[in-house]
Structure formats: C-alpha cells, structure tokens
Design a protein around this ligand. Structure first.
Ligand SMILES: [Zn+2]
Length: 523
C-alpha cells in the first residue's frame, strides 16, 4: 500500500479530530535564512496526508507556521556579515529583509519557501508565530502555565533528555526592551505577575546591552523555550497530526521532551506522529550541505511539479532521499518517473501507479494522464545537437507522431534539461559535436570495425535499432572489445571516450557527416 494511504487509513481507523469536526495538520519552519530542501520533506508528507484525507472525505486543514519569532543566531555566509551582525540575537521579525519589498527577514525567506511549496503543488494555510500566535495573545495563558510549572519543565528536561537547568532557569526568552535582543537575556524569576530579566548573556559573540527589567508575559514580550513552545503550539492550534524529522525523533530528543511537556504541563496528548528520514543532497545531511543546489528553491528549479513531487513523495517516510544535482540523480529521477508513467499507460494498478497519481495535483488526479515522454538523458543530449529537430527525433523514437500533450511535455522537459546542463550537470553529460576529425589514434582493429560499420551505413539510412544490432554483431565479426569499439565511435564525433547509447547516437547524427567521418577515419 502507498505509504500515504497506509498512514491515512491508520488515522481514519484510530483517531477522531480533537474538536470533533476537522483534523488539524501542522508543520513549521524557522526562517533563519534560505531554506534547505530537507525542510520540504515535512511539507510534502503533511501535504500528502491532507490530500489522502480529502480523498476519503475526512475534513482536515493543513497549517504551516512561518516562524519569525526565533532568534537570528547566525549571519548566513551569502549575506553581508557587517550589515547583519548588529541584528544577531534579535527575533527574526525584527531583522531587516535582505532585499527591498519585504516587511522583514523572515517574510523574505518565508516567501521564497512558500513559492517552493506551490511549485510542489502544496498549498497550506500560512500563519506567523509572532503576529498570529504571540502578539495575538494565543500563547498568553500557556506562557503563564509554563512559568508557574517551570519546576516541572526542568524536571522533564532532566528525566527525558538528561539536560540539567539550574533552579532559577525559566522556560522563556525575554525580548530585551532596550536592545530588542532575545538571545542575550536571562529570565531569572517570576513573581506571578512579571518576569525579571537581565540582558547579560553573549552566546556566539552576540553583544548584550546590560539592561535589567521586569515584564509581563503577555503581548509577545517573551517567547517560550522551544521545546515548551512546540508543545504549547499544539495546544494553541489544536493540532491533531504533526510529524517530525529524524533529528527530532530520537528517544530523549526534542519531540520526546515536547510530548511530555504537552501531557504533564498542558494536559494535551501529543499529535499523531509521523517520524521521517532526511532528504540528503549528495549524501550530506541538512546541517552539512550548504553547497550549491541544496536549498529548496534551487532543487525545485530542476524539476516540473510532477517529478518534483516524485522526489519528495516517492520514498517511504522512514527511507532516506538522496539527490545530487551535480551527479546523475537528476536524469535518474526523470527515468523513474517515466518508468512509472509507462505502467500507468499499460493499465497497471499498483502502489507505483498510486504514487504516480500523487505526483499529479489533486484536481488532475482522476484523469490518470501519463503522456509518453522522451527520456531525459536523450533530451539532454539532443538539446546540445543544434542540427536536430527535437520533435522529429522524439517521434522517431516513439514510433508515431507526438500528440499535442506530448509535444508540450517534450518542450518543457527540454527547458529543464537545458537548465540542468547550464547549472549542475557533470561533464559526462555535456557533448559537443566535433565539426572536424579530432586528433585521435585508432588501432587497426578499430579501423577494421569502423570500415564494416561504414559499409552498413553506405547501403541506406539505418534506424537506431538496426545500428544497435549491427554494433552488437560487429564485436564478434571484427573481434573487437566493446570498449574499444565504442570509444572509437565517441572519439570520432565527440572527442571523448563515452556517450549516449551508440546505435541511437549514430542514427541521430547527419548521415552524410557520419559517412564522411568514417571514411576519413579508416583511410
Ligand atoms: Zn539588551
């Protein structure tokens, strides 16, 4: 069973919405900079669960929190360090946007991330931590409870995660009234009305101002310590379903601590959990992959919506996803897509064809469309061969003219192939047709094989299939090792030792050119 159905049915069979009416599904992201593709996994998993529940006729809503109330703790490497350094330690909504046109830093990166959700066909209802939760007063009572029960929160932290906090520690970060920073303050006592704080901490070289004061917990004057904050948000938003990444889901990890705080401090059972694995980029985890192509925005540029959804939804939540834009994973994802689409066209109904349906947007799903497509690797090769008509060659590979839908799909795929070639594609996918004979040495055996190939082509034009079989037979006829034969062919036309499928490759080159080049080579 497709994993989203398995989870959807489990929810259907074992859960009731807390409010008796609508299941609340929630996910969130702290907008501390450009968002890594790893954070799209949660969006996709929660989004797919919302979609299956919709299919089953179970009312639900998918909420996404744009977290703008965590502290700005690092200036990302791609920003002007000098310009942003002074804002370190402030809540993200008080840090200026790197580009004009956005209210603040969090809004800028939030808009970029939300655009990636839309590219993936996910449209959650957005709300902001500062404006819609804290400043709206939805957290006030919960903050008071957490302050009153601070001793219990300290005990839970110790028992569940082994983390020790001293007696004066309170589960809040006060926003300093003087310097606006929240990372520099220490809340030390709560008298039932106000919290006393001192702005004297300097984590990661953040500069405190030395201010001291007392503030009431209301009105976004302070934010809950994040594991208590997570639990309190479940209560404030009435969350029924919320999964978490592997990094949070270990025993004694943040999810575990939040679950205990929710239950013991706020009297709230944790939401239905869906733990999920990492989305790696070239084998690297989110924390270590900061390279080109690892942001959600960059990854989304490599695929149209259906294929992007396949990368996000194609694996079980507890399986890792690994995509390396600068390796061969981009063509492999497209091939995977086409293999599943072929099954759909054959009328197969299994987990993979169900997955294919989920690669389409819900509104298009019922049609079950899966147009024939030329493989991405072939498209990527052809867009580099200026003499070729992509549409004609695709029709010849397909064996019949393309439909309008197939033509549109081909045009779109060609754009993605060109983009990939211009950005991340490794050298092995880049070809330049050699206008003149490259300077390569050929052995007598290679010359003999090429001359037999020339004879075969001289008779009349040959299809890729015919050339493929002829090359196969040549190996025995001319007693030549496959590697020697193929490297000679690629050498003559591309000045390299490897290339696309040789029979097909020869068939798409201009016949006159092939004959002339073979003639010259065997002289
Ligand atoms: Zn201060």
């Amino acid at each position: 069973m497709f994993w989203a159905d398995r989870i959807g049915k489990e929810i259907q069979d074992t859960r009731k919405p807390r409010d008796g009416k609508v299941f609340v599904i929630r996910d969130e992201k702290t907008l501390s900079g450009r968002v890594h593709i790893g954070s799209m996994r949660g969006v996709a998993i929660h989004g797919a669960i919302a979609e299956v529940l919709n299919e089953y006729g179970i009312p639900n809503k998918f909420l996404f929190e744009l977290n703008d109330f965590d502290p700005f703790d690092t200036v990302p490497g791609y920003l002007d360090q000098e310009k942003f350094k002074e804002h370190l330690g402030k809540p993200l909504y008080r840090v200026p946007s790197p580009e004009p046109g956005f209210e603040n830093y969090a809004e800028y990166y939030g808009a970029e991330f939300a655009a990636v959700h839309a590219k993936g066909g996910f449209f959650p209802e957005y709300y902001r931590t500062y404006k819609d939760l804290y400043a709206a007063g939805k957290m006030d009572a919960l903050i008071k409870t957490a302050l009153e029960r601070a001793a219990d929160i300290r005990r839970i932290l110790k028992e569940v995660s082994g983390s020790h906090k001293d007696e004066s520690w309170l589960p809040v970060s006060v926003v300093c009234e003087k310097c606006e920073k929240m990372m520099t303050t220490r809340a030390h006592d709560y008298d039932g009305e106000t919290v006393g704080y001192t702005c004297d901490r300097s984590p990661d070289d953040t500069v405190p101002c030395g201010n001291t004061g007392r503030v009431r917990p209301e009105g976004a004057a302070m934010k809950l310590f994040w594991k208590a904050d997570w639990a309190a948000k479940w209560v404030a938003m009435g969350v029924d379903i919320e999964g978490a990444g592997k990094d949070h889901s270990t025993k004694g990890g943040s999810r575990d601590v939040s679950k205990h705080i929710a239950k013991e401090v706020f009297g709230y059972e944790e939401p239905f959990d869906i733990p999920y694995e990492f989305f790696l980029v070239g084998g690297k985890k989110m924390s270590s992959s900061k390279g080109r192509g690892s942001s959600a925005q960059e990854m989304s540029e490599l695929f149209p919506t259906d294929t992007f959804r396949l990368t996000l939804l194609g694996k079980e939540p507890m399986q890792q996803i690994d995509v390396d834009p600068s390796g061969d994973s981009v063509p492999r994802v497209y091939d995977w897509h086409d293999e599943i689409a072929e099954k759909v066209r054959e009328g197969v109904a299994d987990d993979f064809t169900r997955l294919h349906a989920f690669c389409q947007l819900p509104k298009d799903r019922a049609e079950g469309r899966a147009p024939w497509q030329l493989r991405f690797g072939q498209v990527a090769f052809m867009v580099q061969m200026p003499h070729l008509s992509l549409e004609d060659e695709a029709a010849s590979v397909k064996g019949s003219p393309l439909t309008e839908e197939e033509k549109a799909a081909l045009k779109e795929r060609a754009e993605y192939a060109r983009f990939w070639l211009a950005t991340y594609a490794p050298e092995e996918y880049k070809y330049e047709l050699q206008k003149t004979m490259p300077d390569i040495a050929l052995s007598d055996v290679q010359k003999h094989a090429l001359s037999l190939l020339k004879d075969f082509l001289t008779e009349h034009a040959r299809t890729g299939e015919e050339l493929h079989h002829r090359l196969h037979d040549l190996k025995t006829e001319a007693s030549i090792a496959p590697k020697e034969l193929f490297s000679a062919i690629y050498g003559l036309f591309l000045n390299r030792t490897s290339g696309p499928k040789a029979g097909w490759f020869l068939s798409v080159l201009p016949r006159d050119m092939v004959l002339a080049r073979l003639e010259e080579a065997v002289k």
